[in-house]
Design a protein around this ligand. Structure first.
Ligand SMILES: [Zn+2]
Length: 162
């Protein structure tokens, strides 16, 4: 993706309050991020570990979505699949995130839930740039996987905006 500026990111959020955006911590090493290998910019908030952010360039601009996850505290075992990139992980490396829906629906408490790579690094997994420690069922090429990631991401963003 084309690099984003801090200003673009802060302006992009469709489902969070101004105060949350103000309190948000941007990813570290922002200027040196591997933008060419990113389909979306995703990160966990180092100061608020239950919060994550996902920012994507789409036709007509930049869309940012704030996510929340809850640590269950229960030990979990087995493997889980990311709903966006279909990477298989140890179940502790995939997290159930909830995105408040934009507008009135969100104010009424409606959310969209999705299992996503806990570090929000789908783009790196589909390109083989970050290792996973469980066998993968997916055999498609990185290009195909990135394309599929794009369309699932678009579907997710549309559900949040709908
Ligand atoms: Zn993923």
């Amino acid at each position: 993706m084309q690099p984003l500026t801090a200003e673009e990111i802060r302006r992009s959020f469709v489902n969070s309050s101004k105060s949350l955006v103000k309190a948000m911590t941007l990813p570290r090493g922002f200027a040196e991020l591997p933008w060419d290998s990113l389909d979306y910019l995703g990160w966990r908030d180092p100061k608020a570990p239950n919060r994550g952010y996902l920012v994507v360039r789409r036709d007509g601009g930049v869309t940012g979505i704030a996510l929340n996850t809850q640590a269950t505290g229960k030990p979990r075992r087995g493997t889980g699949l990311c709903d966006l990139c279909y990477t298989a992980h140890q179940v502790t490396d995939v997290a159930l995130f909830a995105a408040r829906r934009a507008g009135a629906a969100g104010r009424e408490g409606n959310t969209v839930g999705l299992y996503i790579c806990a570090d929000l690094a789908c783009s790196l997994y589909v390109r083989g740039l970050r290792d996973v420690d469980v066998p993968q069922g997916e055999t498609a090429s990185p290009e195909i996987r990135a394309e599929r990631l794009h369309s699932r991401l678009e579907g997710f963003v549309n559900r949040v905006l709908a």
